[in-house]
Design a protein around this ligand. Structure first.
Ligand code: SF4
Length: 93
């Protein structure tokens, strides 16, 4: 289970009926996996890949599955504002 999903279920805010799913292509490497972004309240809450994808068969590597934190920070760090340097690259760590 995804950390965000776990936290939202625990808080009683997980609502699949309020989520939209948008497919896009993972930009991390040249494999080009299809990512399905599950969005609730204008935040990505989970990333999956379609089971019928000829590239992934529904499986993603950790970068594709959990890399959405680079486009959207959750928790206390979100209050600090956008991360990254002037070129938009995420901070190391
Ligand atoms: S999910 Fe992983 S293997 Fe697929 S394109 Fe992204 S980084 Fe590459």
């Amino acid at each position: 289970m995804f950390r965000s999903e776990h936290e939202m279920r625990e808080a009683g805010t997980w609502d699949e009926s309020a989520q939209t799913i948008t497919d896009t292509i993972c930009p991390y490497c040249g494999v080009g996996c299809t990512l399905s972004l599950h969005v609730q309240d204008n935040e990505i809450v989970k990333v999956t890949s379609p089971l019928d994808s000829s590239v992934t068969d529904g499986h993603l590597c950790v970068k594709g599955r959990f890399g959405f934190s680079f486009v959207q920070e959750r928790g206390p760090r979100a209050a600090e504002g956008p991360s990254g340097d002037a070129a938009g690259m995420p901070r190391g760590g």
